[in-house]
Design a protein around this ligand. Structure first.
Ligand code: SAH
Length: 216
């Protein structure tokens, strides 16, 4: 369907992602496809494709498109993966993951936010996303181990449960730092005990609040 938002979305991909070095063709295709504006309140649709985060209620935000692309690309998805997301938020990142992996599990701590995300994801017919309400810093053991884990809230350190629930060869991408600024950090599980750590640049997320994150 071609409309005003579809052309804004194509422009977003070209000016914010391609020019800044996003290369994975599957990530680019997913971001050209998923109707990001529908994950926001209608009053905010005009801002949906701008180069910054947008409020989604309860003092939370949908991430900037470029950050969604960087984090998704870092997971190196081929289509067969089982992914865990911490911080469902609007559901937009989950939809991008659902386009690129086989199955997405997503945990959100705020019930009202989770409910809205579920509604739009159902309307868009994403059948490979399961959302639960809870403390994502503890992971979701039942479906572990995961090929990839993505944390879309800022943490002072990587939660141990998430490192544990990663497959050998699996990737955890998470913003690590203080309340105001973080480094997007990738932990690649090289063996049962060894993780290789790599930085993907600066960012600013809302706090990950839980047993293995920030206390409120
Ligand atoms: N991925 C989202 C953006 C998330 S904003 C999107 O695409 O829109 C961060 C979200 O993390 C918020 O909704 C917040 O409530 C949630 N959150 C914070 N701490 C959490 C925790 N311990 N477990 C699960 N969700 C958490």
């Amino acid at each position: 369907m071609f409309n005003e938002y579809s052309s804004k979305r194509q422009r977003m991909v070209e000016t914010q992602l391609l020019t800044r070095g996003i290369k994975d063709p599957r990530v680019i295709a997913a971001m050209r496809k998923v109707p990001r504006h529908l994950f926001l309140d209608e009053a905010l649709w005009p801002e949906a494709y701008e180069d910054h985060p947008v409020p989604i209620g309860e003092k939370q935000t949908i991430s900037q498109p470029y950050i969604v692309a960087v984090m998704t690309e870092a997971l190196k998805l081929s289509g067969t993966e089982k992914i865990l997301e911490i911080g469902t938020g609007s559901g937009y990142q989950a939809a991008i993951l659902a386009e690129l992996a086989e199955q997405v599990y997503s945990i959100e701590r705020l019930p009202s936010i989770a409910k809205r995300a579920r509604k739009i994801l159902d309307e868009l017919k994403y059948a490979n996303i399961v959302i639960t309400i809870g403390d994502g810093t503890l992971g979701w053991k039942e479906h572990s181990p995961y090929d990839g884990i993505i944390v879309t809230a800022a943490s002072p350190y990587p939660p141990k449960a998430l490192l544990d629930q990663l497959k050998v060869g699996g990737r955890l991408i998470i913003p690590i730092g203080d309340e105001f600024t973080q480094d997007l950090t990738l932990y690649l599980r090289e063996s049962n005990e060894d993780y290789n750590k790599e930085s993907y640049g600066g960012c600013r997320f809302v706090k990950l609040i839980g047993e293995q994150g920030w206390r409120e």
